[in-house]
Ligand binder design. Structure first.
Ligand code: 15L
Length: 274
């Protein structure tokens, strides 16, 4: 797709934690970045980048921003457990606008989904990419919608997507759950590079975690895009495995603390539907 040149990328959510990291690291690699966020960009604009303030709900602005881009890294939107109403504009309408922009400009999309699309599975369960989704709240539900949107746009409109179910992108794992979900900064950046540079991606699902022996997750499409994580949480086991919450539900389930927001059962979620 790129013929050895560096990608032109629209990066939404550029002023957030992962957006700022990608802006810095991808510009160091020579990417041409179009940064957007509804908040001002808090750092110096990196070399080769531009910044535009926009809201994801503004369809025309999103479509304009994506002109001539090879890839859209869609890090904008709500990234914590919130009410349905809070997620509606940015995560539903906004993600739809991203896909319309990708369709218009023939760009591919990296859609950062989340562990929270499967947050109600028990931690003892090992999941593969085709598992039934079990979102743990309105945030996870909006990510499940984004995954389905990605699929519709691939199957109906040939818009390629990598759906990355990101675990926990942090400098290092700091509690027991993160030993399973940790995605190091270096592995995260290399994953984004593989997503943009792979020749064909179609519709690919990746579990966004480093090479952790305690991972909750198994088979996915990483071989198709040539991604191999290099880091592992294993070296942190002794230091952090005793660090956990006091909440029985949170400690049992893959979604951790997000699950407990507005949780109204007395017991764990049922494994079947009756
Ligand atoms: C997510 O999806 C969140 O965006 C992030 O802030 C973390 O909390 C992560 O999941 C997690 O659950 O570790």
């Amino acid at each position: 797709m790129l013929n050895n040149r560096q990608p032109i990328a629209l990066l939404t959510g550029a002023s957030g934690h992962l957006g700022r990291l990608l802006a810095r690291r991808l510009s160091e690699c020579g990417w041409h970045l179009r940064l957007t966020d509804m908040r001002p960009f808090p750092d110096t604009i990196p070399h080769g980048a531009t910044f535009v303030e926009l809201a994801l709900e503004d369809k025309d602005a999103v479509i304009n921003a994506a002109k001539d881009c090879d890839v859209i890294l869609h890090y904008g939107g709500i990234s914590t457990e919130q009410s349905f109403e809070e997620t509606l504009g940015p995560n539903y309408r906004g993600t739809y606008h991203i896909y319309e922009a990708a369709r218009r400009h023939r760009a591919r999309v990296v859609f950062p989904s989340s562990v929270h699309v499967v947050g109600l599975y028990e931690r003892s369960e090992k999941l593969d990419q085709d598992c039934v989704l079990r979102p743990d709240g309105y945030y996870g539900l909006s990510k499940a919608y984004g995954e389905m949107l990605a699929r519709v746009y691939w199957e109906k409109h040939a818009v390629e997507s990598v759906v990355v179910r990101i675990g926990s992108t942090l400098p290092e794992p700091t509690d027991r759950r993160f030993l399973s979900t940790w995605l190091s900064y270096d592995d995260f950046v290399s994953l984004m590079q593989c997503c943009a540079k792979a020749e064909r991606i179609g519709f690919t699902v990746i579990w966004g975690a480093s090479n952790n022996s305690r991972s909750f997750w198994g088979a996915d499409g990483r071989a198709r895009i040539g991604w191999t994580p290099k880091d592992s949480s294993d070296g942190f086991i002794e230091r952090v495995e005793s660090i956990m919450t006091e909440d029985r539900i949170a400690e049992h389930l893959q979604g951790g603390r997000f699950v407990t927001v507005d949780y109204s059962r007395d017991d764990l979620p049922p494994r079947d539907l009756f």
